[in-house]
Design a protein around this ligand. Structure first.
Ligand code: ADP
Ligand code: MG
Length: 713
């Protein structure tokens, strides 16, 4: 605790770093070259992604503290951090469960309490009435007066009053065992090296001037040691230096995705020029017409597939917009060219659904379709792999089990991936590698039901061309959504009784309450048992993630043929399940689910002629945020509007599932907030790739790292 009380903070930035006896290390040297950095500190720095001295400079502050001036106690604001100065009026050790040291401190304007839960005898000796102190800490409300808990402090001596920091104090992202003062000292050393050895700005000067962006070295110096008057702009992330780095970071991602795209597009692909006979047969048997949006997207795909270069296309379309039909038509073009196609889905249940749908559509056309998941074992697996390798099977549907090394294709020409945001870019690329027929690269079609705003799509899908199915098939009735407290469960059960009595079907979803599929399955089993007691006249089915594939399939089939009236399920039914006669959906603990997930689940109803209803059951009390989330779902069925709201509430990392995959993490940029930069960034990327390829490479290396560009699998 004493370490905290050392009078170092107020002086820190005014002390120049002394490296007198050492030759100044190079910015590209490992951090160990800095005095005071041994293997332990180096290991901790590495956790923050800092291995070279230059990395310290790109380790940007999260926020700043203003330690440049004293605030009178009467002018303090609760919740903010401030420097105060005054005299100790009273000291007391209070013994509750354990001893606590309290100091009453005053200046001309008011009084304040310093509270220490841990303290040393030395502290008790020097914190005495009459002593003058300067403190820094967060202001809190206390019982008697405002308080600071464990402030940093220093004793003011009459002869030598302490200096103030001459710039804002940065607060860095840190990790266990690394404290702010230590990090600040290291960054100061790196800044010292920078003075002698400026970094080469990867943004060419001409470009910087056109865009009005400040130079790199000045930018880094300012961000690590900003003058106090920049505080407001910096907090809002509106300072020109921040705008410059945000620009550069988004540019780095744009460049790396573009580079990936170019690398794939340099490979030749098989041009799938066909008569379209298979398609005609398929369309003739289909009980509906394509919507004009489906038609338009299909034309875009067909055009791509006829090129001798790999297609890289994303279909965005709301839940139920009919992406699967379009993907199937793409597959038929591949199959008619004597090639193989693969359809990959993120969950077993969704893959099974696709398999069933596609079997139903394709088997009448004489197409041999296979199924592969992690659970396909033994001779079934061997047989499947052999059929695939020999070319006897034309198409395969499965989960990420398709990535495994022993899965080989005879002639893969088209890869279709559903719900792309759940897979990483790397996984998608791994599948591409499966497609080499000689030097050919397969075409790729990616489908997502997470509609995101255009500017964000241009950031995160910069490697893909985008098609949007912005129209739902006719005859859909909008789902009416209500938000109801769990205390009115009885009424909800009556609703199920009524709906099922008139021949319709219902879902009851019990989402993940604990982080365990076992507990989740248990909750669903309990719910099913209780509902069976309350609704004895109904046939009730149960499906969850821990059932065997065959069991799951049997339950789903029974629900599909209306043998079962009510299906109790976990969120495994989120995607792909398609039973038009189901017109009622109950979602328990709805307040715990994300908006996109609720929207997906709700998309299971509203697929038939009858008006459908969705009941969002919540457990009170509902927080304001939880309420506004459920309200957003209740108020609209427009997936784009919901996605926008979701992005506002959770941020892009969560929404796109990039947290888990570790891709597209941003240090300073936020592709939603900074969406207006995307147009200039795209233009800049074009210019750099054409005229300054080395600068482009340097920017990607700096922000994304050399070893982990997207292209590497
Ligand atoms: P999603 O885009 O959510 O994957 P699906 O492809 O699963 O949507 O389609 C949802 C349902 O709508 C399926 O039952 C499908 O057969 C049906 N469907 C698709 N296109 C049309 C259409 N043009 N007219 C009528 N029904 C359609
Ligand atoms: Mg789908």
């Amino acid at each position: 605790m004493i370490a905290r009380a050392l009078p170092q903070w107020g002086l820190y930035y005014t002390i120049r770093v002394t490296t007198s006896n050492h030759p100044l290390p190079d910015l590209n040297d490992p951090v160990q070259s800095l005095p005071g950095v041994g293997p332990r500190v180096a290991e901790r720095l590495a956790r923050l992604g800092i291995t070279r001295i230059a990395d310290l400079l790109l380790h940007l502050p999260l926020r700043y503290q203003d330690r440049t001036q004293v605030t009178p106690i009467a002018a303090l604001n609760v919740g903010l951090e401030a420097v105060i100065e005054g005299e100790i009026l009273l000291v007391d050790v209070v013994r509750k469960r354990r001893a606590m040291l309290l100091c009453r401190m005053g200046d001309q304007s008011g009084i304040l309490t310093l509270r220490f839960f841990h303290f040393s005898s030395a502290q008790r000796e020097h914190l005495t009435p009459g002593t003058r102190l300067r403190c820094f800490g967060e202001i809190r409300t206390g019982a008697a007066a405002l308080e600071m808990i464990h402030p940093e402090y220093q004793i003011i001596s009459e002869h030598e009053p302490p200096l103030f920091a001459d710039c804002l104090t940065p607060v860095y992202p840190t990790t266990e065992g690394l404290r702010q003062p230590g990090l600040r000292r290291l960054v100061a050393q790196a800044l010292h090296c920078l003075q002698r050895q400026p970094l080469v700005d990867p943004l060419p000067e001409a470009l910087r001037q056109t865009l009005g962006l400040p130079e790199l070295n000045a930018t880094l110096r300012l961000l690590h040691r900003p003058p106090p008057e920049c505080a407001v702009q910096l907090t809002r992330r509106q300072h020109p230096t921040q705008r410059r780095l945000i620009f550069e970071e988004l540019l780095a991602h744009q460049l790396s995705l573009r580079e990936l795209r170019q690398r794939i597009r340099r490979n030749p692909a098989l041009a799938l020029n066909t008569e379209g006979t298979l398609r005609q047969h398929f369309l003739a048997a289909l009980p509906f017409e394509l919507t004009s949006a489906q038609q338009r997207v299909l034309t875009e795909i067909t055009t791509d597939l006829c090129q001798p270069r790999p297609m890289l296309r994303l279909i965005q379309g709301d839940v139920g917009s009919g992406k699967t039909v379009v993907a199937t038509l793409a597959a038929l073009q591949a199959l008619e060219s004597q090639g193989q196609a693969v359809l990959m889905a993120p969950t077993e249940l969704l893959a099974e659904q696709h398999y069933r749908t596609l079997s139903h559509w394709l088997e009448p056309l004489g197409i041999k379709l296979l199924w592969l998941s992690g659970r396909t074992k033994g001779s079934a697996r061997t047989a499947a792999l052999e059929a695939l390798r020999s070319g006897q099977a034309q198409m395969i549907v499965g989960t990420h089990a398709l990535f495994q090394n022993d899965v080989e294709f005879h002639d893969l020409v088209l890869v279709i991936v559903d719900e792309q945001h759940r897979f990483g870019v790397h996984q998608r690329l791994a599948l591409r590698e499966k497609g080499r027929r000689g030097a050919y690269c397969p075409h790729q079609l990616i489908m997502t039901a997470t509609p995101i705003p255009r500017t964000l799509a241009m950031s995160v899908y910069a490697d893909l061309d985008t098609s949007i199915i912005d129209e739902l098939p006719p005859g859909r009735t909008p789902v009416i959504t209500v938000v109801i407290s769990e205390s009115r469960r009885d009424q909800v059960i009556e609703r199920i009784r009524l709906a099922c009595r008139s021949g319709r079907q219902a879902y009851w979803v019990c989402p993940l309450v604990e982080e365990s599929t076992q507990l989740e399955a248990q909750a669903a089993e309990d719910t099913a048992a209780r509902l069976s007691e309350l609704l004895p006249e109904l046939r009730i089915g149960l499906v969850h993630g821990r059932l065997k594939a065959a069991e799951k399939e049997a339950v789903m089939a029974a629900f599909k043929t209306a043998e079962l009236a009510l299906l109790v399920a976990t969120t495994v039914i989120e995607v792909g399940v398609d039973v038009p006669n189901a017109s009622l959906m109950i979602i328990e603990n709805a307040e715990r689910l994300g908006l996109a997930q609720l929207h997906q689940l709700r998309g299971r109803v509203g697929r038939g002629q009858e008006t459908s209803h969705c009941v969002l059951l919540y457990r009170p009390p509902l927080s304001q945020v939880a309420y506004s989330r459920l309200e957003a779902i209740r108020a609209t069925t427009d997936g784009f509007a919901i996605a926008r709201r979701d992005l506002e509430l959770r941020g892009p990392g969560e929404v796109l599932g990039t947290r888990q995959t570790g891709l597209m993490q941003f240090r300073i940029a936020d592709p939603v907030r900074d969406g207006e930069l995307i147009e200039p960034i795209r233009q800049t990327a074009d210019t750099l790739l054409a005229d300054y390829p080395q600068a482009a490479e340097a920017i990607v290396a700096r922000w994304i790292g050399q070893g982990q560009t997207y292209g590497q699998v």
